[in-house]
Structure formats: C-alpha cells, structure tokens
Design a protein around this ligand. Structure first.
Ligand code: ADP
Ligand code: MG
Length: 584
C-alpha cells in the first residue's frame, strides 16, 4: 500500500512538474518536453503489443505515420480542430489494426515482426504517391498556436495513457495478455481466446501510436512521407522500451524520458554521431541489461507488479474454506448428460507415415475415472490433443456433453468444461499461483467477485493458498503439477483430461490430488487420466484402457486388465503388477 502511494506520488509529481514547465517554460524547454512525452506515449503503445503479448513489431511507426496523415487530412479537408483530428486519427489506427491484426496475429512472431516492417514501407510509398497527401514533398497544416499549449496537452495525453495502461495490467484483459505472452497454448487450455486477445492488444497499441502521430503533426505543422514513417522513430521507440524495461508499465516511461533527453543532447552537440551512439546503446542494453532499468529496480524489491485482484486472497480462502465435496458448488447433476460425458469413435491421427493414434474409441461417464496406460510413444498424449481440440483428427469423431465437437477451438471447449493438463507442465512464468488459477476462473465467470472466490476456494482445496503470491518456478515439481490441476478445476470441468499429472509428486501431494479428483467426480465430473504412477491412479479408476502403437490392446476393470498377459508384455514393467496387487 505504502509502496503504491510512493509510486503514484512520484508519478503525480513528475506529471505536475512537466505540466508546469510545459505551460510556463521557454519554447525550447517546452519543445523538448513535447518530444519526451511523445516518445513516452509511443513507447507505451509499442509495449502494449510487444511487451504485454510478446509480439515484437518492427512497424509501429506505421500507425504513427498513418495517424499523422489522417490528422493532417482531417484538419485540411474537414476543417477539424486538432482534437477532432486526433480522434479521427486514433480511430483510423484502430480501423487499420483490426483487419490487419486478425490476419497477421495468426502468424508466428518473426513473421509478424517482418510483416509490420513491410507495412511501414508500403504506407510510406502510398503517402509518397498520392496527390491528396502532397506526394513526396509533403504538405503543411495549421500548427498549434503555441508550443507551450502543445507540450501541455502532449504531457497530459501521455500521462493519461500511462495511467490507462496501468489499469489495463490490473484487469482481466491484462491478465489474459500476460498469459498469452507466457504460453499461448496453456492460455487456451485455461479458456482464453489467445487470438482475439492479441488482436485487441494490437488495436490498443495502434490507437496509441496514431494519437501520437496526430499530436506530432499538430506540433510541427508539416508532414512528409520520410518524417511520418521515419525508421529512426521506430528504433528509438524500441530502444526506450528495452532500456526502461519491456512488459512493465513504468519501463517505457523511464526509458522514454531518459533516451529522449539523451538523444536531444546528442543531437545538439554531436548530430553526426547521434545515430551511432543510439545504435550502440541498443546493442549494449541487449547484452548487459536484457530486462532494462526496471528489472534492476525490481530486484531491489521496488516497483514490482502486484498480483491482479490479489487483495485479501487469504481471507477469501478462509471464508470459502474447503468443506469437502458436498459443500463444493458445481453444476447440479440434472444438467449433466446421461451416460457418456466424453466419448470418441475410431479416432485416428497420422503424422506423415506414423499412425500416432489408430482407431481408438473410448467413453468416460459422468463421475467416473478412466485410466489410460501404455508404453512411451503409444499415442496417449496425441489422443488427448485430439480430444481437447489442440489437434484435428485425421479420422473419427469426438462427442462431448452430448454433441460432436471436432473443429471447436480449445478455449471454447475449456469454457464448456473440457479441461486438461499437459504432460510437461505448462505454467505461466510471470503469473503468480493466484493469477494462474484466477485466469481460468475468470474465463468462466463474468463477475469479478465470483471469479476471485472460486480461485481462492480451489487454492485452499489443493493446499496451495500459502504460496498464492509465488511464481511457479519457485515451486517444487509436484506443486507445479498441483497448480496445473488447480487451473483445470477452476474451469468447473465436466471432463478432466490429466496427462501424467502425478509424476514427481510426494505421497502427500498424491493424496491431495486424489481427494480433489474424488470431489470433482462427486460433482459429476468424468476424468480421463494418463498415468505412469499406477498405484496413484488404479485405486480410484473405474476402468483402465491400455494403448500400444496407437491402438487399444486391452480395457476393463483395473484388477483384470493389469493382470492381462498382453498388457504385461507390452508394458514390460514390474510396477504394473504391483498396482494390480494394490487394487486386488
Ligand atoms: P505417448 O504420450 O503415449 O508417449 P505421443 O502421443 O506423445 O505418445 O506420441 C505418439 C507417437 O506420435 C510418437 O511416435 C511420436 O513420436 C509421434 N508424434 C507425436 N506428436 C507428433 C508430432 N507433432 N509430429 C510428428 N510425430 C508426432
Ligand atoms: Mg505422453
């Protein structure tokens, strides 16, 4: 709390001083301030797409240039006042980003980066060749009456955008953005539509860039293609975010101010060398301080990001308390489908010449646990990918909750209660234990109060509440797996797919998981569990299905299947016989 007051006190003071200088300072000071505030704005905009979602762009200047041209044309041809022109420019930026993002954000990171670079060049060529934009010579527009007024407004706009970005990082959308950046597949499994989340971030980022362009043209009163789509602006913006700290709110502010002061000073004294110094600085920062100034400050314990909606987590958990399966809310049994919760028929998946899954059928009923076992490479994980929408079957169909689901996206299925874990834990490196579970519960519940209550209840249920503010890599492996299971439970699953979830867990942790699974089953959740730790799963499994070379070689009650000579031969394990003894 006190830290927050300090943080915002310092920011408020900075903004107040800047506003004062902008209003009353000399023209030179005001202009310097305008440039610094403009760069803080541009850096903050770039950070939204490249820092928060991890999609690095080399063409953010496209939106700056577009905003500048649209604002200029609006002032020239529509007689719009500067603020009207700025609003139109911002909308134009968003309007271009929306369709573009919908296409480009399906690409992988590097192709997106290059695509954006191409966009800036294309827009520059268009601006040079049109008559209405004044062609290569550019165009003049009415500029601000005074540089002081212009700087004052620029500082106010930049400060507002910084505050709005902060609010974004404290919101559901912010949580999703960071989850997508950390691991978009895991985010999908937690019910997040990764693609639309990225598109929204891209639109916000583009809108901010375009606003910057509009204020720029109002400040200089002149625009040509070279200055609107200037690669140096792009480079400086990126440098500022890297220097300050990518992915944080304050990074672009700190970097924007420092680098713009530095580059103004360089320009005044060594205009020839300015570019060289900035370029060298970029390389130096990438090598020496990859996390930027902010990460150094964070290491001292300052300006750390606080867990989203994390106030009073312990109290919530205590109030919700884990009172056993009967008290746990869940869908009433009446809405659960009668019979199979999840089933598939003749499911096959080929990778080139390899039939990873070859005509597998399975059924799991509401409230029962089906164990899947089989040697490595038997196709178990691939089967899970087919069932949960992460891969498309070559043949066959999957039915969930009474309907055919092939072709539905993983996040849609997750929201409908088909939840899964991954064989290799997929957690979010920068999200706390609390946020990891909250992400899933908030993709299900529109109400913040319900989402936080659910997340707290589940953390209490799996005994992770004491670690609520920790990052996953500080947890021992067994607890990491427990956290992944907690994330699935937050989706109120109707069917749970667990891929070797209990590997690496202590006996106590296994007991915790077994209890949580029994509670879920009591609520009517069907579970399919791939497991190598057979003693952990056999006692609570209704049936076992054995895969080998992509096909089912045996199925039935654990006691029978685990003694089947065919199974023992395929498995060549001793453990399997021990498990058979356990359930006998
Ligand atoms: P299991 O989980 O039972 O150990 P997997 O489902 O991971 O088995 O793998 C089954 C087979 O499919 C293996 O031979 C594996 O090499 C192959 N396989 C799995 N995923 C892919 C992929 N994306 N591309 C090509 N081959 C794959
Ligand atoms: Mg596997």
């Amino acid at each position: 709390m006190r830290e927050g007051i300090l943080e915002w006190g310092a920011f408020g003071l900075l903004v107040a001083v800047c506003l004062g200088v902008a209003a009353a300072g000399s023209g030179y000071l005001a202009q310097t301030l305008f440039t610094a505030a403009l760069f803080v704005l541009l850096a903050t905009g770039w950070n939204v797409i490249s820092g928060f979602t991890g999609y690095v762009s080399f063409g953010q200047v496209s939106f700056f240039g577009l905003g500048a041209y649209v604002a200029a044309l609006a002032m020239l041809h529509l007689d719009a006042p500067w603020y009207g022109a700025a609003v139109i420019a911002t909308l134009a930026g968003i309007g271009l980003a929306l369709p573009l993002g919908m296409i480009m954000l399906r690409l992988q990171g590097i192709f997106f980066a290059l695509g954006m670079f191409g966009l800036a060049r294309i827009l520059q060529i268009i601006a040079s060749s049109l008559e209405i934009t004044g062609g290569p010579m550019g165009t003049t527009v009415a500029m601000a009456a005074s540089v002081n007024r212009c700087a004052f407004i620029m500082v106010a706009v930049a400060a507002t955008v910084v505050v709005a970005t902060y609010a974004l990082t404290r919101s559901r959308l912010g949580l999703r953005l960071m989850a997508v950046r950390d691991d978009s597949i895991a985010a999908e499994a937690a019910g997040v539509n990764a693609w639309s989340t990225k598109v929204i971030a891209f639109c916000i980022s583009a809108g901010i860039g375009a606003t910057g362009g509009a204020l720029y043209v109002w400040n200089v009163g002149y625009l040509d293609p070279g200055s609107a789509f200037n690669g140096t602006i792009e480079l400086q913006t990126i440098l500022m975010v890297l220097a300050g700290g990518i992915g944080s709110v304050w990074g672009p502010v700190v970097g924007g101010i420092l680098i713009s002061i530095l580059s103004t000073a360089l320009w005044a004294h060594f205009p020839m060398e300015q570019q060289i110094v900035l370029g060298a600085l970029t390389m130096l920062i990438a090598i020496v301080m990859p996390g930027g100034i902010l990460s150094a400050v964070n290491r001292l314990g300052w300006l750390r990001r606080k867990p989203i909606w994390g106030a009073g987590v312990r109290a919530l958990a205590a109030a919700e308390g884990y009172a056993g399966p009967a008290a746990s809310p869940g869908p009433p049994p009446s809405i659960l489908p009668v019979g199979a919760a999840l089933s598939c028929r003749s499911l096959s998946k080929r990778f080139g010449g390899v039939a990873a899954v070859n005509g597998v059928s399975l059924t799991v009923k509401a409230g029962e646990l089906l164990a899947i076992i089989g040697p490595n490479g038997a196709g178990k994980s691939t089967l899970f990918n087919l069932l949960s929408g992460f891969a498309r079957p070559s043949l066959g169909e999957v039915h969930f909750a009474g309907r055919e689901i092939s072709g539905l996206a993983p996040h849609v299925l997750a929201r409908q209660g088909l939840a899964r874990t991954f064989q290799t834990s997929r957690l979010f490196p920068t999200l706390t234990v609390w946020e990891t579970v909250l992400l899933a519960s908030s993709s299900l519940h529109g109400s913040r109060a319900v989402a936080t209550r659910e997340a707290a209840r589940i953390l209490a249920e799996v005994d992770l509440i004491d670690q609520w503010a920790d990052l996953p890599d500080t947890l021992p492996p067994g607890r990491q797996r427990l956290l992944e299971i907690a994330r699935t439970l937050a989706l109120r699953p109707r069917v749970l797919l667990l891929d070797e979830s209990m590997a690496g867990m202590s006996a106590k942790e296994i007991e915790r998981v077994q209890n949580a699974l029994k509670a879920a089953m009591a609520r009517g959740c069907g579970i399919v569990a791939i497991e190598h730790v057979l003693p952990a799963i056999a006692p609570i499994a209704a049936r076992v299905q054995v895969l080998d070379f992509g096909a089912t070689i045996a199925e039935g009650p654990p006691a029978l299947v685990l003694r089947d000579p065919v199974v023992i031969e395929a498995y060549m394990g001793v453990e399997i016989e021990e498990a058979a003894d356990d359930v006998a």
